[in-house]
Design a protein around this ligand. Structure first.
Ligand code: NAD
Ligand code: ZN
Length: 256
């Protein structure tokens, strides 16, 4: 493990363009459950209730969705960035981060100090709510106050359209600008680091493949195996926070 940490630190120190790609596993150490681990979201809820078509067409699905989304949001709202988030923010401060592509919706990268311009949120954000008809955006907390007061599926003040957390559900299209930019930067980087993602959700999981095909080195830091392990240059299986903290310490040593 020690050797691999040193190797990754050296790769970062020598790279010109580092892209970091993260999934729900980065935030489990902040107390936010991921989807696929035991005790994760899929153990508790039916994936059909996350389906966008159902949300659009049935009031009962919208109510169910808001009930689940409220539970998940409560875990996210008060969560604090962990050592992994802080290490990625530190990479940016050191000038070693081209961009951060995140599948997470918890807003923790911004709490850790990453800047808006460097973060691409592929699956949107739970910190805002959007009207599906007129696209008006709202802060999340005031909408949660309506829920707490008994509104089971809130509607837009401007047009009466259905409100939904500004996250991407199954069956809902990915944000165009973020997805295009994430693919472009994946193909242009020379080091691509995956942290805490099972790499089974597409098209996001295509990005490490794209990076590798374009000549980048690929590092995977994840507790469990992933389908991309066979093309990775370095694989670190373990807790993301601790591993990232150790890597960052070595990066700083390499630079002095
Ligand atoms: P996933 O649930 O499919 O996989 C998470 C991976 O992280 C697993 O392979 C697991 O082995 C690993 N992992 C868990 N804890 C870890 C730790 N402490 N250290 C290292 N590895 C750890 O997550 P995914 O691939 O990101 O995709 C699921 C989708 O769920 C994403 O699209 C995302 O939008 C959504 N989601 C987001 C959040 C969040 O914002 N925090 C939480 C749950 C789900
Ligand atoms: Zn509206």
């Amino acid at each position: 493990m020690e050797d691999k940490i040193r190797e990754v630190a050296r790769l970062i120190a020598n790279a010109k363009k580092v892209v970091v790609f993260v999934g729900a596993g980065l935030s489990t150490e902040s107390g936010i459950p991921d989807f696929r681990s035991p005790g994760g979201v899929w153990d508790k809820y039916d994936p059909a209730d996350f389906d966008f078509h159902n949300f659009l067409t049935r009031e009962s699905s919208r109510e169910k969705y808001w009930q689940m989304a409220t539970e998940m949001y409560e875990a996210m709202r008060d969560a604090k960035p962990n050592a992994g988030h802080l290490a990625i923010a530190e990479l940016e401060r050191l000038g070693k981060l081209d961009c951060l592509i995140t599948q997470n919706i918890d807003g923790l990268h911004f709490k850790a100090g990453n800047s808006e311009t460097r973060v691409f949120e592929l699956h949107g954000t739970a910190m805002h709510v959007a009207c599906l008809d007129c696209h008006r955006r709202y802060e999340r907390d005031p909408i949660q106050e309506r829920i707490a007061a008994g509104d089971r599926a809130p509607r837009c003040d401007s047009c009466g359209g259905p409100l939904k957390p500004a996250t991407i559900s199954f069956g809902q299209s990915m944000p165009e600008r973020e997805t295009a930019e994430a693919f472009r930067r994946s193909a242009e980087c020379d080091l691509f680091i995956v942290i805490g993602s099972s790499l089974v959700v597409y098209p996001a999981a295509q990005m490490p493949v794209e990076a590798k095909r374009s000549g980048a080195k690929l590092v995977i830091i994840n507790r469990d195996a992933t389908p991309c392990d066979k093309i990775a240059n370095v694989i670190l299986n373990g807790p993301a926070g601790q591993i990232m903290e150790s890597i960052l310490q070595k990066v700083k040593e390499e630079r002095v």
